[in-house]
Write a protein that binds this ligand. Structure first.
Ligand code: TXA
Ligand code: MG
Length: 325
């Protein structure tokens, strides 16, 4: 079941950190999506993440920390460009994949010799992580707080919908309101001489190149290609609602419809969202897919935003979502 906490005070964050230390799971908001957190150094706590998510155990998890000073203990090597990225975009919607230290065990890294690290930009998340470090915690492993293959949650209500039947009495869900970005972090492989995007997100190719002065190793990579490279979680990433998702096709009567506001609603369809901008599109996409399921729609038609940057990240998720079922 799990216990839900809204209006989290400093005290409740301290007790949530204590719960993590004792091996419980704590779901918490981040600016991208809600995460399902566990003590990243505890094999048994991390095992419960896999159990609650129903996720295969060889999928690596992202370790969340509150500050750059907690990075060093997790890694064995970091290229100069990764330090520049960390300084420019953390806290923020970016995960760096780096060579791991002995602290990053196989149960977190999915047996890879690398570890994914992120400092999220959300005051509740940072408060929880800070409180956890304060009692000796090294970092919090957290995947998106959804069941395997489902749409990531961007609200505490969506976490409840996904996980309430799987959480234990002692587990917690922190409610921090809706996530501002709405799409999972950009994952950047920093183990070679050039950075490489493994999962596109709100930190875009242009932003990375601008900060590092380097050309990305996969600059010409299309969003459909990256899955094959390294992200073993690519299988997980179905991002699928129960409704079937169709992209850029003429919607049938009675189906759900999502497109930018500038596209009029075709006759006979249910408009689930009309975002004004690409940023709005990202922010409300997952909630709109959930809404389609609440309305028990068979199909949802989506007119995808064009262009690169965040639009490319949206198309990446939607491509998987349409393939998912
Ligand atoms: O925005 C986010 O990144 C959210 C929030 C909660 O931080 N987390 C998230 O976690 O999306 P998850 O587990 O749902 O997706 C993380 C992806 C997985 O596809 C996983 O395979 C990949 O990151 N990943 C983690 N560690 C990795 C590593 N060492 N090498 C390659 N890929 C890694
Ligand atoms: Mg996920």
């Amino acid at each position: 079941m799990g216990q839900f906490l809204s209006n989290c005070s400093i005290d409740s964050l301290a007790s949530a950190a204590q719960a993590l230390k004792e091996g419980s799971l704590v779901a918490f908001p981040t600016e991208t999506v809600y995460g399902l957190g566990a003590d990243a150094t505890s094999a048994s706590a991390v095992a419960r993440i896999y159990e609650v998510k129903g996720r295969p155990a060889d999928h690596p998890l992202i370790v969340h920390i509150a500050d750059l000073k907690y990075l060093e203990q997790w890694i064995s090597d970091i290229p100069e460009y990764a330090i520049e990225l960390a300084r420019a975009f953390w806290p923020g919607p970016m995960t760096l994949v780096l060579k791991r230290s002995d602290l990053a065990k196989d149960f977190v890294t999915g047996n890879q010799n690398t570890v994914g690290i992120r400092i999220p930009n959300n005051s509740l998340a940072l408060g929880l992580l800070e409180a956890f470090h304060k009692i000796g915690g090294a970092g919090v492993a957290a995947p998106s707080a959804n069941r395997f293959g489902q749409v990531s949650p961007t609200t505490a209500a969506a976490v409840k919908e996904e996980l309430e039947n799987y959480l234990a009495e002692s587990d917690l869900v922190l409610d921090g309101g809706p996530s501002e970005v709405g799409l999972e972090s950009t994952i950047i492989d920093c183990t070679s001489s050039l950075p490489r995007i493994l999962r596109p997100g709100a930190i875009t190719t242009a932003m990375i190149e601008d900060v590092t002065g380097l050309s990305l190793a996969n600059e010409s990579l299309q969003s459909s290609d990256y899955a094959e490279i390294r992200v073993s979680g690519s299988l997980e990433n179905h991002y699928s609602p129960k409704a079937r998702v169709f992209l850029d096709q003429e919607p049938v009567i009675g189906s759900g419809f999502i497109a930018l506001e500038s596209t009029p609603t075709p006759e006979g369809v249910i408009r689930l969202a009309a975002p004004k901008t690409v940023e709005d599109f990202a922010r409300i996409l997952y909630e709109s897919l959930r809404e389609g399921d609440h309305q028990k729609l068979d199909s949802i038609y989506i007119e995808q935003p064009t262009g690169d940057g965040l639009a490319l990240a949206i198309r990446d998720r939607l491509g998987r979502s349409a393939k998912g079922r």
